[in-house]
Design a protein around this ligand. Sequence first.
Ligand code: AMP
Length: 441
Amino acid sequence: MDFEYKQKTNAERAKVEDLFDYEGCKVGRGTYGHVYKGKRKNRLNTDGREYALKQIEGTGISMSACREIALLRELKHPNVISLQKVFLSHTDRKVWLLFDYAEHDLWHIIKFHRSAKANKKQIDVPKNMVKSLLFQILDGIHYLHANWVLHRDLKPANILVMGEGEERGRVKIADMGFARLFNSPLKPLADLDPVVVTFWYRAPELLLGARHYTKAIDIWAIGCIFAELLTYEPIFHCRQEDIKTSNPYHHDQLDRIFNVMGFPQDKDWEDIRKMPEHGTLTKDFKRSNYVNCNLVKYMEKHKVKPDSKQFHLLQKLLTMDPTKRITSELAMKDPYFLEDPLPSQDVFEGKNIPYPKREFLTDDDDDKADTGASKAGGADQSSGHNQPPAKRVRVMPPSTVSSSMVSSDYQHIHNVQAQQALQFSSSNIQTSTSSTYTSRF
Ligand code: AMP
């Protein structure tokens, strides 16, 4: 490659450290890297707007990852966090993603309510807050699913809520598609960087070895989040300190699901027999151990009435058979959302926001996360069981979208947008023009 041209483009390429102040402002450490709160540097900072800068773990980026990121950049929906820009730092081969900054997330919100409940402290929130949150999550997921983007890792920490400002109280789904992007299933297991894995929101079909991610898997996770918003307890909480397996089959997690839901009847989930791990399931579990377990009982314990509309919707979301699980589109039309109080755009309904702002993390917090104590996001995150264990484990993720899921729609979007991505990569995405960035993910 022309050396002078390379030097010129390098000099022109916007650098994240030239444009943003973010040092000392780490607010989170997630599955794919570190998240910083950033502001544009002095003369560029005309509106005082805040951003989230995510530095992706590892180095380098493949062209296909570039195309995928460009595809994510095309997604525009009020309930989906918008990826504003991508920076490739040539000096250290780091990838930075720039997002809008969201002051809150459901992990922190739920944690706040849990400790208030434990201390018998009353928190004044709008009556329809949970309904508004759920509706907006479904709306965002419906948009993603309609564009054949599967989230694959929905959990409270990935559901952000905007703080004071123009978009006050609006839900933003974060990390969509990243599970596929940064945890490429095509790579041999040994090549995968260790990742932080949560099993609590994992659908039963995945735990039984389903080889493909589907929309229904995201819906199950939404059901888990809905239950957690109603009770402040992770519904399928499970101790899983020593996950050292590449096998998706997870006995204790399945046991927890059956303890809440009951063991599925053959008529309720006919295809369970076809699941890859069905043999292990019949060997390990006895239906008779779960005869007294059902969702009605579990939710009644948490004061959610079985004849309420919220319970009926929860049941439709947490349906064991993925083919019978409700879709996001139908869920949004559920009678729950037609009953007063109706959902609103600002989940806080203009009321005072009772939740604290994000704290900045220190390197000590990071070290704690490294030892598996917790996923970052606050000083005391290692306490209590409301945080999924952040064990660094190697897992073999189920395959990418199944071939049947890659509809012609998706292929079309993919092909057209991949071409566009390559075109606009020169202006918007700061891609490498050299061969330095090879398939390192
Ligand atoms: P993640 O890597 O997305 O799992 O995020 C790690 C932590 O950073 C979590 O606590 C997130 O809530 C937080 N975070 C992620 N994206 C943003 C954002 N756009 N604004 C503010 N915080 C974020």
